[in-house]
Design a protein around this ligand. Structure first.
Ligand code: CA
Ligand code: CA
Length: 394
């Protein structure tokens, strides 16, 4: 059977066909890619410090081994999590660990406790997102000791940036495994892996907050840390009401981020902002015919790592559900994380051991209160999968 013969055209988009072919191609090419350019490096992979490599054709990324650090959240038990299963497939109730109730693990103290979404971390940092290089605060390259890795980053300040994202690339020498990016603005932050080849080449595209922010590109070796600290000012923008950032590890293949409006369903193009409905321009939410109040998604990463982002500047009143699919054929041990930046505050939720064609309910967002409630349950959608999960979720 060819992929194009499968009945997955219910959304009527050519992109569905294209993606299946692309994904199939990636599966075929992946072993060659890994062998050719980063095979030996992966032998050194350890959890939390993964060798991998970035960037082949078509936006694919490949790598293997280990998983990246997910940033500080204690493994509290998942909240609630009895999943209402759709017809024919079994729901799994309450996955333990990982995406616990928000705020449980927030660092004590610091400025601005924020009710349900947890106390802010130290020095006003985002809840659950640890700064990987607290010693490095000023623009420039900082090293925790003289034997630290070294980067070739030379520009440490960008002002008047009009774009919503920015690419950082270069070479790091003496680093072990992947790096970590960290972007912080006030009480909002994101963090995730920087795919780094064994040669030291790296490239990552990061979304920017509105206004001033600090971008850190961090690598480690056996005992030392290097951080390239870059100050970026994004202008001519408005703060997002809701921003979601999904990243995952080297074991996952093509995770998908979903923002589903109240009463909506996953993979319904009118009510779910995802890769089929929301790339570039999104479904017509809010005022009908007005595109300025629609959500949108930036990219669909079909390999490892991400990140993928959903932006929603002017949310309608209601409760939104955030879900993640493991769309591709990665391993069952694949982990990820979703960073909620909602109403100016950050909440981190982990995605743990998400098998191919399973769906993780990350949490809900109530608007206009901005209340984020993490969930952490997962759902086996293998029995109702056709170009995406077709179960009646949430
Ligand atoms: Ca994806
Ligand atoms: Ca609209």
């Amino acid at each position: 059977m060819t992929f194009s013969a499968l009945p997955f055209v219910r959304n009527g988009r050519v992109a569905w066909l294209f993606k299946r072919r692309l994904s199939a191609l990636a599966v075929l090419l992946l072993p060659l890619v890994v062998f050719a350019s980063c095979g030996t490096d992966n032998s050194n992979a350890t959890p939390g410090n993964v060798a991998g490599h970035a960037g082949t054709s078509g936006g694919e990324q490949a790598g293997q081994g280990g998983s990246y650090e997910s940033g500080g959240q204690a493994p509290t038990a998942g909240e609630g999590g009895t999943e209402a299963g759709g017809a024919g497939a079994s729901g799994e109730s309450g996955a333990a660990g990982g995406a616990g109730a928000s705020g449980e693990s927030g660092a004590a103290g610091g400025a601005g406790a924020s009710g349900e979404s947890g106390a802010a971390g130290e020095s006003g940092a985002a809840n659950g997102i640890e700064d990987p290089a607290t010693f490095a605060q000023d623009p420039g390259e900082s090293k925790s000791c003289s034997d630290a890795p070294d980067t070739n980053v030379t520009v440490f300040e960008y002002t008047d940036v009009a774009n919503t994202s920015m690419s950082f690339s270069g070479v790091v020498t003496g680093a072990e495994g992947n790096g970590t990016y960290y972007v912080a603005s006030g009480q909002q932050a994101i963090r995730g892996p920087i795919p780094t080849e064994s040669s030291g080449n790296f490239a990552v595209k990061l979304p920017l907050f509105c206004g001033e922010q600090t971008v850190k590109l961090v690598w480690t070796n056996a005992g030392c840390v290097v951080a390239a600290v870059v100050r970026v000012v994004r202008i001519s923008c408005e703060s997002e009401g809701i921003r979601l950032t999904l990243s995952w590890d080297a074991l996952g293949r093509d995770f998908e981020l979903h923002l589903i409006k109240q009463g909506g369903r996953i993979n319904n193009n009118a009510t779910d902002c995802t890769w089929t409905s929301c790339l570039g321009s999104g479904p017509d939410w809010g005022n009908v015919g007005d595109s300025s109040d629609n959500p949108h998604k930036d990219v669909d990463n079909t390999g490892a790592y991400g990140p993928e982002n959903i932006f929603y500047s002017h949310p309608e009143t209601g409760t939104y559900t955030v879900m993640v699919e493991h769309w591709g054929s990665g391993t069952p041990e694949a982990d990820g994380q979703v960073v909620f930046n909602v109403a100016g505050k950050t909440t981190l939720a982990n995605v743990d051991n998400l098998s191919s064609h399973w769906v993780w309910t990350v949490g809900t967002i109530e608007w206009p209160s901005g209340k984020v409630t993490t969930n952490g349950s997962k759902y086996d959608c293998t029995g109702t999968w056709s170009g995406g999960c077709t179960a009646a979720l949430p």
